[in-house]
Design a protein around this ligand. Structure first.
Ligand code: SF4
Length: 69
């Protein structure tokens, strides 16, 4: 599972980090760091909750196509 980060939309609410601090890394001002995130197997549920918690739609789950599973 991969999370696409739309950094320009981030408003620094830190809600993603509150749900999954090991997945979502923030800078000193509370904004998400740029770059897509490869989520480890054990972190997928928390990562999904973090994505849904973002009020700015700055995070997006990028699932692999079914043919690659
Ligand atoms: S919840 Fe959304 S707006 Fe808030 S820090 Fe995370 S990505 Fe940024």
């Amino acid at each position: 599972m991969r999370v696409v980060v739309h950094k320009a939309r981030c408003q620094g609410h830190a809600r993603c980090w509150a749900r999954a601090p090991r997945v979502f890394k923030l800078d000193d001002a509370g904004y998400i760091l740029p770059g897509d995130i490869d989520v480890a197997d054990g972190e997928q549920l928390l990562a999904s909750k973090g994505v849904r918690a973002c009020p700015e739609q700055a995070l997006e789950v990028d699932e692999p196509p079914l043919t690659q599973l």
